[in-house]
Design a protein around this ligand. Structure first.
Ligand code: ATP
Ligand code: MG
Length: 319
């Protein structure tokens, strides 16, 4: 049995002449929070619709828990909770009726439903709105109610299409917290977004999709290594002479691709070293600067935010 709870192999989906998903292979580890990231039209929703058995692939394989979506769609549907990108048209129900409706669709016995609905409403912090009509709820509340609905049959995998789209920053944070809580409950979460800030806060894994293909995938750490071959180390020293010594010392070392003066700040001089080596190499750089007699006031490695990495990767593909 695979360690990957969601897997696709060379997935292709064509709409007429247009190829929306173009040989897409992804692996989602059990228990991960996997951010499926990409620009508009990249093929995220189409991939999710294949995984949830709503659309048939043109070719390739898609598996949940090792079960092919084509071979046993019913088993796949039992294992997953799906939150589509649109809320749907159920506005003439109360919040609890909405959940009751979906619970009954999953054949959950009447006797168990009341407790289930209470638990779900509590989980998404909507207990106090249980009698409200759905169309009177705020967008953030609707998203949380929709998330509650995906949990009705206690699936092990959640497939969420843009769960935070259209929400204000506060509501977005609430959704993030909820996803983290669900992961703690043992659920694997696969969600799409094109907002990188959301991803960097909570994801354990990411796949970047562009024009129907995965162009980078892995754990957050692997992604950093994959997308950031250059480490940027900033060395702060006391004066211009020390800065010159730093530049001279590291200039010829293996792995050092560039050395530049940064603007002096508060009387301090700063040198930036672009470096391709590993952690041991970084330590060795530090030691050689020390050995050259320079007092190091600061030695920091810049971690590029995910957005910068993302921009870099997609730019490389487009041009
Ligand atoms: N039923 C369809 N018929 C024709 N083309 C389609 C259909 N569904 C999707 N497409 C096209 O396939 C491409 C991928 O669409 P998809 O909705 O999967 O992208 P997405 O990554 O979810 O984008 P977004 O971030 O905007 O939600 C788009 O160009 C879209 O227009
Ligand atoms: Mg979409």
């Amino acid at each position: 049995m695979s360690e990957f709870i969601i897997e696709t192999h060379d997935l292709v989906k064509k709409f007429g002449n247009f190829t929306a998903v173009n040989g897409l292979s992804l692996q989602v580890p059990v228990g991960s929070i996997y951010g499926f990231v990409g620009p508009n039209g990249a093929g995220k929703t189409t991939t999710m619709r294949i995984l949830t058995t709503l659309t048939r692939p043109t070719s390739g394989g898609a598996f949940i828990n090792g079960v092919s979506v084509l071979d046993d769609p019913r088993a796949v549907r039992r294992a997953i909770g799906y939150m589509p990108d649109e809320f749907g048209v159920y506005d003439d129900m109360r919040a609890w009726e909405y959940l009751d409706f979906f619970a009954s669709c999953y054949d959950i016995p009447l006797a168990e439903r009341k407790k289930l609905i209470d638990d779900l409403l509590a989980l998404v912090d909507l207990s106090h709105r249980r009698e409200d009509m759905v169309d009177k709820l705020s967008r953030g509340m609707k998203q949380r109610l929709s998330l509650a609905r995906t949990l009705a049959h206690d699936p092990s995998v959640l497939i969420l299409d843009e769960p935070a789209s259209g929400l204000d920053p506060r509501a977005r944070v609430e959704i993030r917290e909820l996803l983290v809580e669900l992961a703690k409950m043992g659920k694997t979460i696969f969600f799409s977004t094109h907002i990188l800030a959301d991803v960097s806060e909570i994801c354990t894994h990411i796949g970047i999709v562009e024009a129907g293909q995965i162009i980078a995938q892995g754990s957050m750490d692997e992604m950093r290594a994959q997308l950031q071959p250059h480490r940027e180390i900033t060395v702060t020293v006391r004066d211009a002479e020390a800065a010159e010594t730093v530049k001279r010392t590291v200039g010829g070392l293996t792995g050092v691709v560039n050395v530049v003066d940064l603007e002096a700040k508060g009387g301090r001089y700063r040198v930036r070293i672009d470096y391709t080596g590993d952690d041991d190499g970084v330590a060795a750089l530090n030691a050689s600067i020390n050995n050259a007699g320079v007092s190091i006031l600061g030695f920091t490695e810049e971690t590029k935010d995910l957005e910068a990495m993302f921009m870099r990767v997609t730019k490389g593909i487009v041009t």
